[in-house]
Design a binder for this molecule. Structure first.
Ligand code: UD1
Length: 420
């Protein structure tokens, strides 16, 4: 297993490019299963999760052609199987996103039941309930979700109990091919869902209310091929901004989308950052100052994203003052605080809240990444720690951050990867 070795203390400064959004690329890749024509997707990030989704499409018989810039053309007309096997689903929960498209297009599918993960139990009951409302018959057999429809799915009125990103994505994809109108209430409205909906519209789908929590989808008999560029990754953007803020540095991020980051940018300003925005760039300048502690509470978009919580916990651990970070989406997502405390942070966990007393400096220690965003927070902690920190189990970070050490090196960080 690779490790990252980071010598802390450098003030980050420079310019980097932001990659395409993982969480938008994954459902868009799944959406290629909705039609029998080639769909070409560009601005895909070069990440393990994307490779896993491409492998999943390929193992079901889709023809996948990748060019040198990682634009890919998927042609699902050659599909030979509608089974998403355990060996791939177990490595990536987002494989569940093929359930809605396969069921809607082919009338039957078996998708391995995804398990829990480090950040919580993560059920898929709401995905299944939405598909059942559209007429699917669903049974669980030998660890697989077996979903069947008699003919086309039917338009339905679905009210989600909880705001679910993946559940909304599966339902909206299935509804594009259903017979009649589907109304999804209390739908998630994360920017990645807007991106997915725009791609579906480019494939011929009819969707109203894009960007709101009420989506109205008029099903079509078929969708067609298209070309689509994935949006920039707002979580990658937020992670680099937070890393630079923690080191009191200055950065320009290019090829990003400031409009999808309002909650995060306003918290960074509260922490003392000077921020300027253009249409596709953001600059952040701490003017050499230590960040101020900021309170954070995660909630569905447009509130503060759970995927930025760990990075802000790291920022607050070296900030001036005391803060509270409340996690409302996943039950076990403050877990990285224990590793940060091993580096001298003063974080007390009380249920779903972390009370953080900022310290002037963290100290290096061997630490271990437990999930994707927790890994990013340990990288931030290591960047500001005194001494050399070794971060183990770094494979998590490769699921969500393209070329992380190269990008941080460009900003002046002293970071290297060593194979085990
Ligand atoms: C997606 C993102 C993930 C992000 C999360 C919340 C992808 C690939 N992943 O995950 O990075 O952290 O949104 O913004 O896009 N829930 C249920 N039943 C369900 C589904 C969800 O109870 O059927 C609960 C979950 O346990 C959780 C909450 O709903 O407490 C939100 O989860 P959800 O939005 O579905 O997260 P994902 O789509 O898995």
């Amino acid at each position: 297993m690779d490790k990252l070795i980071i010598q802390g203390g450098a003030t980050l400064n420079g310019e980097i490019w932001i990659s395409g959004a993982k969480n938008s690329a994954l459902p868009i890749l799944a959406a290629t299963l909705l039609c029998d024509e080639p769909v070409t997707i560009s601005n895909l990030p070069h990440l393990h999760d994307i490779t896993t989704m491409i492998e999943l499409l390929g193992c079901m018989g889709a023809q996948v052609v990748i060019d040198e810039k990682l634009s890919i053309e998927v042609n699902a007309s050659s599909l030979t199987s509608c089974v998403a096997p355990y060996k791939l689903v177990k490595t990536m929960r987002a494989s569940i996103l093929v359930l809605g498209p396969l069921l809607a297009h082919y009338g039957e599918t078996r998708v391995s039941f995804p398990g829990g993960c480090a950040i919580g139990s993560r059920p898929v009951d709401l995905h299944l309930r939405a598909l059942e409302a559209m007429g699917a018959e669903i049974t669980i057999e030998e660890g697989y979700i077996h979903a069947k429809s008699n003919g086309r799915l039917k338009g339905a009125h679905v009210v989600f109990d909880v705001v679910t990103v993946g559940g909304t994505e599966n339902a909206v994809m299935a509804a594009t091919l259903a017979d009649g109108v589907t109304i999804l209430e209390n739908a998630a409205r994360e920017p990645e869902i807007v991106d997915l909906c725009r791609c579906l519209v480019a494939m011929g789908a009819e969707i109203e209310g894009i960007g709101t929590n009420r989506l109205v989808i008029t099903g079509k008999e078929k969708l067609h091929g298209t070309e689509y560029a994935v949006m920039p990754d707002r979580i990658e953007t937020g992670t680099y901004l937070t890393a630079v803020a923690a080191t009191s540095g200055k950065v320009k991020l290019k090829n990003t989308d400031p409009s999808s980051l309002e909650a995060v940018l306003s918290k960074l300003q509260e922490a003392g950052a000077d921020i300027s925005l253009g249409e596709d760039w953001i600059t952040l300048d701490m003017k050499g100052k230590r960040p101020k502690a900021v309170n954070v509470k995660t909630a569905p978009y447009p509130a503060f994203p759970t995927d930025m919580q760990a990075q802000f916990t790291a920022l607050n651990s070296i900030a001036e003052g005391t803060s509270t970070v409340i996690e409302t989406i996943f039950e076990n997502r403050l877990i990285q605080a224990h590793e940060m405390n091993r580096m001298g942070a003063q974080i007390q966990l009380e249920g779903n809240a972390a009370v953080i007393t900022g310290v002037e400096a963290l100290k290096s220690a061997p630490v271990m990444a437990t999930d994707l965003r927790a890994s990013a927070s340990l990288v931030i902690a290591a960047l500001v720690a005194e001494g050399e920190t070794v971060i183990d189990r770094i494979y998590h970070i490769d699921r969500g951050y393209e070329c992380i050490e190269e990008k941080l090196q460009l900003l002046g960080a002293n970071i290297r990867r060593v194979p085990d």
